[in-house]
Design a protein around this ligand. Structure first.
Ligand SMILES: NC(=O)C1=CN([C@@H]2O[C@H](COP(=O)(O)OP(=O)(O)OC[C@H]3O[C@@H](n4cnc5c(N)ncnc54)[C@H](OP(=O)(O)O)[C@@H]3O)[C@@H](O)[C@H]2O)[C@H](O)CC1
Ligand SMILES: [K+]
Length: 501
């Protein structure tokens, strides 16, 4: 499965290289034919359903015109809405326009109010979008949101920034498509920030370009391939020590829930022993999960344990001391929540983190990332890939930038975009579960990169598994995730058939 993601600039270069090898208009014809094939799939092979295609002023519009001509040739009632006053079309788009006009394609210049369509195609703008949608284009984009039929976006949902996954602003809007067929290569903006909500199901159509000729991608989609080598079946000849210890450090006064969720997640994700090292008063036992061993944070010996710092840790002097002690250790670390806020407040601790070298994974949400980088959360969200890269480089750690289309970045600039998960994860405590899960994988010997990529992928897949069981996304609770994580992790190991005992 091709997991590569390319920026708009890279796609432009790929396109230029391809066009130089091909007769004019070849790529557009291939795009129109591929999109028409996909449309027929979405129509369930039916040819009696009318298709509406919105064509914009550029080559994205050209793709739509090409597609309309191909659909009409198969007997489909294709109607193109071609807003009047379009600027001069490119040569290839003009050719596509002529082909559409020569066939049975209908042309309208405004949307009939009560049109019933089998499919609507968004061919307004692609990677040439230069500013926020305005006027009639904005109105059309808004209208598509109310369509009861599938909406197929060509290349990029119009209005969306293909690099960042945010609507091109200020105050921009973007088409909400149910499906997107993206050309030449996949793009990060279709999978992160608001991208998933606008692109729907993404299909990549390479237009005949040889993947071997493509440059190094800007990012890749996270997948089990990234961490497959770590999926090891358990040997009979093993004991709890074989699977490492996790110590969750947190739980200041009145904040016990977060460390408990993290500790339970570590247990269900296979850590051999799990300790909950609390800063505040604690019950001494988790009656739901008596396997978790409670300690006061002060008495915890780090040993060689994987340390998960932050869940409910608060910002006390003791919390700061424990963080400093952990940074000075060579233990594998997961820093989450309050540990990240303490880090953001101390350049000295940031410097110790950058120096330490041993495996560390940071799991900020956008606001925590903003504090660490000294910017606003809006700045982070405006270009999540840049933020994840910058934070990984600055801290020398593996960084998980949470949110829709969670990113995993490492100091050398390598980036992953996670495709699993759903809005059920937008619930209190799901971040604590992710931190504990990541700690468990580190404790079982997964290197920081694979542990972060695996934790993020499994965390999302666990939420998807719960939805498949009819749980959520509305009302999904963080407490339901650990058992789902366990189910997904064991399925992955079985399917990998790795390292049979
Ligand atoms: N060329 C190929 O080999 C292939 C192209 N493909 C398709 O082409 C688009 C990219 O085409 P391009 O023309 O570069 O860009 P767009 O079609 O996205 O639109 C650009 C035109 O729209 C104008 N524009 C930009 N933003 C706005 C806006 N907010 N409101 C109004 N008009 C806007 C822009 O002109 P300006 O000078 O006004 O900026 C352009 O006229 C690509 O996405 C593919 O769909 C296929 O990949 C096949 C190969
Ligand atoms: K489009």
């Amino acid at each position: 499965m091709d997991d590569t993601l390319y920026t708009v600039a890279q796609v432009r270069a790929i396109e230029a290289g391809a066009r130089a090898q091909l007769a004019p208009g070849t790529l557009m014809r291939r795009a129109g034919e591929a999109a028409a094939r996909y449309a027929l799939e979405l129509l369930g092979g039916r040819r009696d359903l009318p298709v509406l295609l919105l064509a914009g002023p550029g080559n994205n519009g050209g793709d739509a015109l090409e597609m309309a001509a191909v659909l009409a040739d198969t007997g489909i009632d294709a109607t193109v809405l071609f807003p009047p006053g379009q600027r001069e079309l490119s040569e290839e788009a003009a050719d596509a326009h002529a082909r559409a006009r020569a066939g049975t394609v209908g042309f309208i210049d405004m949307l009939p109010p009560d049109g019933e369509w089998g499919l609507v195609v968004d061919g307004l703008f692609g990677i040439g979008l230069a500013r926020a949608l305005e006027g009639e284009y904005r109105d059309l984009a808004a209208l598509l949101a109310d369509m009861r039929c599938p909406v197929l976006a060509l290349d990029v949902p119009s209005g969306l920034d293909a690099d960042t996954g945010m609507p091109v602003g200020p105050d921009g809007i973007a088409v909400r498509a149910t499906h997107t067929i993206t050309f030449l290569a996949d793009k990060p903006g279709l999978h992160t920030a608001d991208g998933r909500d606008h692109a729907g199901l993404v299909r990549v159509e390479a237009l005949g370009i040889d993947p071997a000729t493509l440059p190094e991608p800007a990012a890749r989609l996270d997948s089990r391939a990234v961490f497959a080598r770590c999926l090891q079946a358990r040997r009979h000849g093993s004991h709890k020590g074989s699977y490492g210890d996790v110590a969750v450090i947190g739980g200041a006064e009145g904040m016990l829930g977060a460390p408990l969720l993290a500790a339970r997640a570590a247990l269900y994700a296979g850590a051999g022993r799990v300790f909950a090292a609390m800063l505040g008063p604690h019950p001494g036992v988790d009656s739901v999960q008596p396997e978790i061993m409670f300690r006061t944070a002060a008495e915890l010996a780090f040993g060689s344990r994987t340390l998960v710092l932050g869940p409910g840790m608060g910002g006390s002097a003791e919390a700061m001391r424990l963080l400093a002690q952990a940074l000075d250790s060579t233990n594998a670390l997961v820093l989450d929540a309050d540990a990240l806020n303490l880090l953001a407040a101390s350049p000295e601790l940031m410097a110790r983190l950058a120096r330490r070298g041993a495996g560390a994974v940071l799991t900020p949400h956008p606001l925590e990332a903003a504090r660490l980088l000294g910017v606003t959360a809006a700045t982070i969200q405006a270009d999540r890939l840049a933020a994840a890269r910058s934070l990984a480089e600055r801290t020398g750690a593996v960084v998980v930038l949470k949110g829709s289309g969670t990113l995993v970045g490492r100091p050398d600039g390598t980036l992953l975009v996670n495709p699993t998960g759903n809005p059920g994860l937008a619930t209190g405590g799901s971040g604590d579960v992710l931190a504990g899960l990541c700690g468990a994988l580190l404790a079982q010997g997964w290197p920081a990169w694979e542990a972060a990529a695996g934790a993020v992928w499994i965390h999302g897949a666990a939420a998807d598994w719960l939805v498949e069981q009819g749980i959520g996304p509305i009302g999904m609770t963080a407490g339901e995730l650990p058992a789902a994580v366990r189910a997904v992790l064991n399925r992955l190991v079985r399917e990998a058939g790795a390292g049979r005992p």
